[in-house]
Design a protein around this ligand. Structure first.
Ligand code: HEC
Length: 146
């Protein structure tokens, strides 16, 4: 029994040594969604509190994100999230990508797929009220894409 506990502890400590890249790329304001679109403050706050941790280069890592194996799941969500939509690199998207991202943003917020439900449990601010969801949807519906 002691030996089993020893090995579990050893593996747990061992996996802490596997590096996880948490470095954020610098944010270029000229490419950043909220800067380009001069997003009003209330919507900006919602986006930062509920989407930017996974869909921007301004991710804030909570303390538990430093503990493997949770850290791997979190990093995976961030990598996947950024791949689908990165608000920090909005300026580099072409018209099609922007239109698609806006459409998906509206539908995922409406269907409550986003923010990821697993994220809300740890981020009470991301638990959007119906009014906040509606405001976000309305804001994206009114986006004029150039
Ligand atoms: C905890 C991380 C996380 C947060 C927070 C988060 N997302 Fe996502 N998002 C993901 C991941 C992972 C994917 C890709 C897999 C998927 O579609 O479930 C994704 C996919 C998307 C997509 C693409 C969907 C598609 O079908 O291509 C959109 C649009 C999106 N998110 C919008 C948002 C918006 C808007 C918010 C804030 C209201 C948000 N997300 C918050 C992780 C997150």
């Amino acid at each position: 029994m002691k030996r089993i506990i020893f090995w579990i502890a050893a593996v747990f400590l061992g996996i802490q040594l596997i590096p996880v890249d948490r470095e954020n790329k610098p944010v270029d304001r000229s490419q950043n969604f909220v800067d380009i679109n001069k997003t009003p403050e209330d919507i900006k706050v919602i986006l930062k509190n509920t989407c930017y941790d996974c869909h921007s280069n301004e991710t804030e890592y909570p303390t538990y994100s430093y503990i493997a194996p949770i850290s791997w799941t979190i990093k995976d969500h961030i990598n996947e999230g950024r791949k689908h939509l990165n608000f920090s690199e909005w300026g580099s998207y072409n018209k099609d990508l922007k239109e698609n991202a806006i459409e998906k943003t509206i539908s995922t917020v409406e269907s409550q797929e986003m923010p990821l439900p697993s994220y809300i449990g740890y981020h009470p601010k991301a638990n959007l009220t119906t009014i906040q969801r509606k405001a976000l949807e309305k804001y994206f519906k009114n986006q004029d894409i150039k």
